[in-house]
Write a new protein. Structure first.
Length: 323
């Protein structure tokens, strides 16, 4: 699917023409024909447009002539039925001399939220638009991390009341989500740092042949880029902290489960030993040989009372040993 947007009078609106300047073209799960159309019309390598369509594609930044490809990972929320609640998908940002092209394999919340704030984006200022996209991505990571923290806290409360497998599996799934987030954020950090180094070099070296005409420099762009890097690092720190807390929580619950199992096994062992006494006593009086008091009318009652007394005495003895 191909959608094109252009900012007019500080408002970004969708347009049907792809021949205008300063466009933002959004490709969502594009077909092979759509990729070839965009590639031939604007002279973009098909590899740049197809790279974000691979879930396993790593984050990176590439520069060819007057084209820049920024490939980052963005967070997404999975369906509740999925084994992992949160995951990441690649997003490609292709910057040309006259437009910005975003490529993704599926609809994502990052682009949806960006479209809701049309008055805050400017497709004509490509540098600022790309930084706004990267900034919103870092903020979306932070929001999802806070949701994961709240969710894990609620699950922990339920686990304390009842150690059910379902709750532990949810915690394990959240731990997997944090691993995905942490890995993706570190990859994005590498891209941002490289982007900053290249950008600084382009500003200071006018003779550089790499994309000087593509990104229009602005005095506030460097400050904005620093903000993006700071927010991304904050997300990395939060992911590491939550991952460590969740890992320690899982270990603690595993220890609690093991300890509870030991307590149950000890209790069952004591019950087995105590209940063995009536079996031993009655087995003696069940033998087919002459026994004391076998003709006495209250012999059966005496055996029951004796067995109960022995059981109580053994239970008291074991309880003293445990204490």
């Amino acid at each position: 699917m191909i959608r094109a947007y252009k900012t007019r009078n500080e408002i970004t609106m969708e347009t049907s023409s792809l021949d205008e300047e300063d466009l933002w073209i959004d490709l969502v799960n594009p077909t092979e024909d759509e990729i070839l159309e965009i590639s031939s019309r604007f002279g973009i390598k098909t590899e740049f447009l197809m790279a974000p369509l691979d879930y396993d594609e790593s984050s990176r930044i590439e520069t060819v002539s007057q084209l820049i490809l920024i490939l980052v990972n963005i967070p997404k929320m999975e369906h509740k039925e999925m084994p992992v609640m949160y995951n990441t998908v690649p997003l490609g940002i292709v910057i040309t001399d006259g437009m910005v092209i975003t490529v993704s394999l599926e609809e994502n919340q990052l682009i949806e939220e960006l479209l809701k704030t049309k008055s805050k984006i400017d497709t004509g200022n490509r540098m600022h638009f790309v930084l706004q996209l990267l900034y919103n991505n870092a903020m979306l990571f932070l929001r999802y991390l806070k949701d994961i923290d709240k969710m894990s806290t609620g699950i922990e409360q339920n686990v304390r009341k009842s150690l059910r497998n379902e709750e532990l599996i949810k915690l394990l799934n959240l731990e997997k989500s944090l691993v995905y987030f942490s890995t993706s954020l570190r990859s994005n950090e590498f891209v941002l740092e490289r982007f900053r180094r290249h950008y600084l070099r382009h500003v200071r070296e006018e003779r550089s042949m790499i994309s000087v005409g593509v990104l229009k420099q602005d005095e506030d762009d460097m400050d904005f880029l620093e903000d993006v890097i700071i927010e991304n690092k904050q997300a990395i720190d939060m992911a590491d902290i939550y991952s460590n807390i969740l890992g320690n929580t899982m270990d603690a619950f595993a220890t609690i489960i093991s300890n509870n199992l030991n307590i149950v096994m000890k209790f069952l062992a004591i019950v087995t030993v105590v209940l063995a006494i009536p079996a031993i006593v009655t087995s003696f009086y069940g033998m087919n040989v002459p026994l004391p008091y076998q003709r006495f009318p209250l012999t059966y009652l005496g055996i029951v009372v004796l067995s109960c007394l022995m059981m109580i005495a053994l239970a008291i003895l074991i309880n003293k040993k445990r204490s």
